[in-house]
Design a protein. Structure first.
Length: 464
């Protein structure tokens, strides 16, 4: 029986992963669901109900805790805990359609719709499944605690990115379902929160900067794709391509990448060849990851005008996915400098990138990107012409210079100023969250950062 319970836990995790990735009528979702259904039905032949639970961050059944399964079931445990599910009860008489609707409820409906478990179960005829009490979380109840939770989750996502890349670098097998499930979870947690994350997380460790950058590029690319109305499948495909776009650079010795003195001619050539190296590495994972990561890895430095590298014998523009990732790659590279150096505020990033419109960047895609992001993204601390300081709460796609700003100080804190309706007020500049804006961070739920030690001098940006 113990082995059968273990299998149920694993199949439950796979069904939830598939439920988040595929539509409710997709053959792959049905395949994983059938496995879970068969495993549960086998156990229910001998008992009236099966109770699967989470106790202290571990999978549990009756009075037994499966400590040795934590590695395999980490994704399931994290998902259930994040959604406040303490136990799931399956009863005799369970029908396949009930199980299907239950997994759909867990993976999609619960997050997106304001409907209670009881209402949903009643509407969809779920009679033989019960979920443990869902712990309600009042958003904004403790802003500081919520910020700390966000920071912890983000750091966990950096580790997830590191693991996903190391699998390829070490030539291990890629678990396709795990990867897509992880990327989807990261997207749901953080997409559209780029500036907020920069405010919250200051990366000082050089060994983490690359993984943080790749995570951010992945998030920006998925945000861009979703705003362009890509399907969820295509958004995930682009996210995975963005995640692996610099795998060739990672493969090169860190001593070369992080070298502070001038590179030798051989080292420079090695770095310039990283797109080709990355494409070759990813070609070995074509069956698991598809073709798009290979294309994006090869083309992400090719440039819109095709003057970049590696030199291509084909007279065609780079793939749209490559052009999108290129925009997100440069944007985050410039923004991340600001998280540990005092330079490149959002308005400067916008200025620098617009100078390369039609050269490095596809003009239409670049315009669309800033239409969605704005000059000052959501979460940016700004000084306004009326003497007040605020935080951007919403962008304005019709006029990217005039977002909505929530006032923080010195007066009328909490007031939301829609600059589209206030021609007499404008944004003067952004405030660096690691510098002059630090004292305002607690007002938006971010702790004030410790003083920087040994700040580096600002460098001229290398957009390539």
């Amino acid at each position: 029986m113990r082995d059968k319970i273990k299998i149920c836990f694993i199949y439950l995790m796979n069904a939830i992963q598939a439920g988040k990735i595929y539509t409710g009528d997709h053959p792959k979702f049905k395949e994983y669901l059938m496995r879970l259904y068969a495993a549960v039905q086998e156990i229910l032949e001998d008992r009236k109900e099966l109770v699967l639970g989470i106790v202290g961050g571990e999978a549990a059944w009756e009075d037994e805790i499966f400590f040795n399964l934590h590695g395999k079931l980490g994704l399931l445990i994290d998902f259930l805990e994040k959604n406040g599910v303490e136990r799931i009860i399956f009863q005799q008489g369970l029908r396949f359609e009930e199980l299907r609707e239950f997994i759909i409820f867990l993976t999609r409906v619960k997050r997106q719709e304001k409907i209670s478990e009881q209402e949903y179960f009643s509407l969809h005829g779920i009679q033989n499944i019960r979920a443990g009490k869902l712990r309600a979380m009042v958003k904004g109840e403790d802003v500081a605690a919520e910020a700390e939770t966000t920071r912890t989750r983000y750091e966990g996502s950096v580790q997830t990115v590191s693991n996903a890349l190391n699998v390829v670098l070490e030539k291990d097998d890629v678990d396709y379902l795990d990867l897509r499930f992880n990327i989807l979870g990261i997207m749901e947690d953080f997409v559209g929160r780029h500036q907020e994350l920069l405010n919250l997380v200051s990366v000082k460790r050089r060994d983490l900067v690359t993984f943080v950058h790749l995570l951010n590029v992945t998030l920006l690319s998925m945000f861009f794709a979703s705003k362009l109305q890509f399907s969820k499948e295509d958004v995930l495909d682009l996210g995975i391509a963005a995640l692996y776009h610099d795998v060739g650079k990672l493969y090169i010795s860190l001593k070369v990448i992080q070298k502070e003195s001038k590179l030798s001619e051989g080292e420079f050539l090695q770095v310039r060849n990283h797109p080709l190296l990355g494409a070759k590495i990813l070609d070995g994972y074509k069956d698991a990851l598809g073709v798009l990561p290979i294309v994006v890895s090869y083309e992400h430095h090719l440039r819109y005008d095709r003057t970049g590298y590696p030199k291509s014998p084909f007279a065609r523009k780079p793939h749209p996915a490559s052009l999108m990732v290129s925009i997100c790659d440069v944007y985050d590279a410039l923004a991340l400098k600001r998280s540990y150096k005092k330079d490149y505020p959002p308005e400067k990033i916008h200025e620098l990138m617009m100078l390369e419109k039609g050269k490095i960047f596809d003009p239409r895609l670049l315009d669309k990107f800033f239409q969605f992001m704005g000059v000052w993204p959501v979460g940016t601390l700004v000084a306004m012409s009326d003497g007040r300081v605020g935080v951007v709460r919403a962008t304005n796609e019709q006029d990217i210079d005039r977002p909505s700003v929530q006032v923080l100080a010195p007066e009328n804190a909490g007031e939301v100023v829609d600059l589209a309706l206030r021609p007499d007020v404008r944004i003067l500049e952004s405030l660096n969250p690691q510098g002059e804006g630090a004292k305002y961070l607690p007002l938006i739920g971010c702790p004030e950062p410790p003083p920087d030690v040994g700040d580096e001098e600002a460098e001229e940006p290398d957009l390539d």
